[in-house]
Ligand binder design. Structure first.
Ligand code: PLP
Length: 425
């Protein structure tokens, strides 16, 4: 029996579904999850010692590749000095200064341990700042698993969301409105009707949780203009896009200054670290300055801060994001060519260190369009690539991630593998 299967079966006895986060269970694609034994650079090795070229990268953090020696050294050095203090450290001030330097919209920032905590607190803060209850989110955008953000769209225009998870009372989601991504008219209509009740709008400024979906320029401009006009807080959830799509994040690419930004993944360099920050007048409402409560035993953990600081320094090397962006664009173009040669309907897209491929004849612009792609073909392609030693996200609704360790040569190897895999699907 494969060691992966053995571990999966053993794990299922003591861990629900055998995994500690649902998508790891290969539910959509079927088959046995790969249990990672170790990882280095662009690769990981599974429990059977098989090598995979990894395009998940821990779902985003591994922008430098796995186990970058300078990041590992920073964590080792920090560990020697103590694992957690529950008191402030110099490193926390340093990383906050670094984030504020890189993101002009962030005047003050608070560190937390997960993206979920960052977005949960950002909406609490938007509500506390405005004294309003309504939050607008977009269908297909994922902002972690706090109750009021676990919402699916209601049936029709301007309906309030329903809980998308058991255990979430409808009362918790009744203040969350779910709109369509990229639908400027619906957004404008919503603000016209309810604008003075809306505390904030949260969005993935480049969506990566319904495959890769970009917003139109009109959409992000309308979001900024309407939130400003009605005094609502605009929250850019850059947990995934932050420092990955560009050094200045998605907001830099869009030329938009949000009121609040949430960060995670890359900012912690693979350790549990996330952050929310923005306008000083809004951040001033957070305890201990204001009455909006937020806290954390491990917030600003010294090992996480060390990994984050080392990562933020390394990604500021000249040309880093240009190289990353060029390679993911080449990968996207190569995959599209390979599909064309194989007579398979597929479109692709990329931005910075993120890419998407869609078994569909157009690049989707909304959740509804993303769900129209051919899932059966996706599953077959996923497994054919796995056989080729290429590990893609085990779900058709996730973006792909590349790291700086994915060299031009590795990208070409991936395209060749895709050519063979596509001829078999
Ligand atoms: N926001 C976005 C855009 C995300 O992609 C994620 C996780 O994938 C989160 C928030 C939640 O972050 P975490 O898994 O660290 O709680």
């Amino acid at each position: 029996m494969s060691r992966n299967l053995e571990l999966f079966e053993r794990g299922k006895q003591v861990i629900p579904g055998g995994v500690n986060s649902p998508v790891r269970a290969f539910g959509q694609v079927g088959g046995t999850p790969r249990f990672v034994k170790r990882a280095e650079g662009a690769y990981f090795w599974d429990a059977d010692d098989k090598q995979y070229l990894d395009y998940v990268g821990s779902w985003g953090p591994a922008i430098l590749g796995h186990a970058h020696p300078e990041v590992v050294k920073a964590v080792q050095d920090a560990a020697v000095g103590g694992l957690s203090f529950g008191a402030p450290t110099e490193g926390e001030v340093e990383i906050a200064e670094e984030i504020c330097k890189l993101l002009p919209s962030v005047e003050q920032v608070r560190l937390v341990s997960s993206g979920t905590e960052a977005t949960m607190t950002a909406i609490r803060l938007a509500r506390g700042f405005t004294g309003r209850d309504l939050i607008v989110k977009f269908e297909g955008c994922y902002h972690g698993h706090s109750d009021s953000l676990l919402v699916k769209a209601g049936s029709g225009l301007l309906t309030f969301g329903n809980p998308s998870s058991g255990g979430v009372p409808a009362d918790c989601t009744k203040h969350t409105l779910v709109l369509q991504y990229n639908d400027v008219q619906q957004l404008a209509d919503t603000f016209k009707e309810l604008g003075d009740k809306i505390a904030g709008v949260i969005l993935e400024p480049i969506a990566g949780n319904m495959n890769l979906i970009k917003p139109s320029a009109e959409f992000v401009q309308a979001l900024r203009a309407l939130t400003e006009q009605y005094g609502a807080v605009l929250i850019y959830d850059e947990v995934m896009t932050g420092f990955r799509v560009a050094l200045g994040c998605a907001q830099g690419l869009h030329g938009i200054t949000p009121d609040l930004t949430t960060l995670g993944k890359v900012v912690g360099g693979g350790m549990p670290l996330a952050a929310f920050g923005g306008r000083a007048d809004i951040m001033g409402k957070i305890a201990p300055l204001g009455n909006v409560y937020q806290a954390g035993t491990l917030s600003g953990n010294p090992l996480s801060v060390a990994a984050g600081l080392a990562t933020l320094r390394l990604i500021q090397q000249p040309g880093f994001h240009d190289t990353l962006g060029r390679r993911s664009a080449r990968l996207a173009a190569g995959l599209a060519d390979a599909a064309r040669e194989a007579g398979v309907t597929m479109t692709t897209d990329s931005v910075g260190g993120m890419f998407g491929f869609y078994f569909s004849d157009t690049v989707p612009a909304s959740y509804a369009e993303a769900t129209r792609c051919d899932i059966t073909r996706f599953k077959a392609f996923f497994h054919a690539m796995l056989d080729e030693g290429v590990y893609l996200a085990p779900s058709a609704y996730e973006a792909g991630f590349i790291s700086i360790a994915h060299t031009d040569e590795l990208v070409e190897q991936t395209i060749s593998a895709a050519r063979r895999a596509l001829s078999r699907v």
